[in-house]
Design a protein around this ligand. Structure first.
Ligand SMILES: C[S@@+](CC[C@H](N)C(=O)[O-])C[C@H]1O[C@@H](n2cnc3c(N)ncnc32)[C@H](O)[C@@H]1O
Length: 237
């Protein structure tokens, strides 16, 4: 994939990459983050504040970790895990059994009607989409007025005393682990590169405001390499 590739070619490359690493995706996540991702997912779902019997869309759900956590924290609600990579969803469905509802969906053209969900969450999706403003507009569209948006994603790391260590972890340890566990190095070179080139937490908050979201908040985690953003679609929209 090069910078001169078309958005469609880039999206297909992302899809094919996640298809290849799907079987080892969850294990790699646990190892790369030392299990921290599990705690962050719990936090994302707590922030969702899903009303009793409400509906939640986990967009770019991959194997459905956030959806699974939502199912756990809000039993009796309607949870949909949606992604455009079949292999990721098949791995997730095998793990969850019929408990989780998976749906094929492109985040840039979400196949649900306007105002379908009380909450839309995503984990490590936004960094991967080829058109971020469109992905945010689509999430806005499928949210009900008053609905909640929560995103967990990597963020451009700020320089601090741990920067050399973080760079070593991202550019040496992660590709090595990826190579050893999944036999694939490229996706684990893609991860640090896209993380460093992604928006800062402040910039993503500006995109949310430009989309129309209000009550925007965020906090950083894991030495400021990851951020959780949450926001609300106003009631009068
Ligand atoms: C890094 S994985 C994250 C998976 C999961 N959300 C998690 O927290 O572990 C990114 C996921 O986003 C999906 N994805 C990327 N672009 C997408 C798009 N345009 N529409 C739907 N899914 C997309 C990929 O297929 C992949 O499963």
């Amino acid at each position: 994939m090069t910078n001169s590739s078309s958005p469609q070619e880039r999206a297909r490359a992302v899809q094919s990459m996640f298809g290849r690493i799907a079987p080892r995706y969850d294990l790699m996540n646990r190892l790369m983050t030392g299990g921290m991702d599990v705690r962050l997912r719990k936090k994302v779902i707590r922030l969702a504040k899903l009303p009793a019997g409400g509906s939640l869309l986990d967009l770019g759900a991959g194997t459905g970790d956030l959806a699974q956590e939502a199912h756990h924290q809000y039993p009796g609600s309607r949870i949909t895990a949606a992604d455009f990579t079949l292999g990721m969803m098949q791995t997730g469905q095998k793990r969850s059994g019929p408990r989780l509802n998976f749906a094929a969906a492109d985040a840039l053209n979400i196949p649900f009607a306007n105002a379908s969900f009380d909450v839309v969450v995503s984990g490590f999706l936004l960094r991967n989409v080829v058109n971020l403003p469109l992905a945010l507009r689509e999430q806005w569209r499928v949210l009900k007025p008053g609905g909640i948006f929560v995103s967990l994603d990597t963020t451009k790391p700020r320089k601090n005393v741990f920067s050399p260590l973080i760079r070593f972890h991202m550019h040496t340890i992660i590709p090595l682990l990826g190579q050893l566990l999944s036999g694939e190095r490229d996706p684990y070179v893609y991860l640090p590169t896209t993380s460093e080139n992604f928006l800062s937490a402040e910039q993503l908050a500006v995109h949310l405001a430009n989309t129309g979201f209000r009550e925007i908040s965020y906090n950083r985690h894991m030495f400021s390499t990851v951020a959780i953003h949450w926001a609300r679609k106003p009631l009068d929209e």
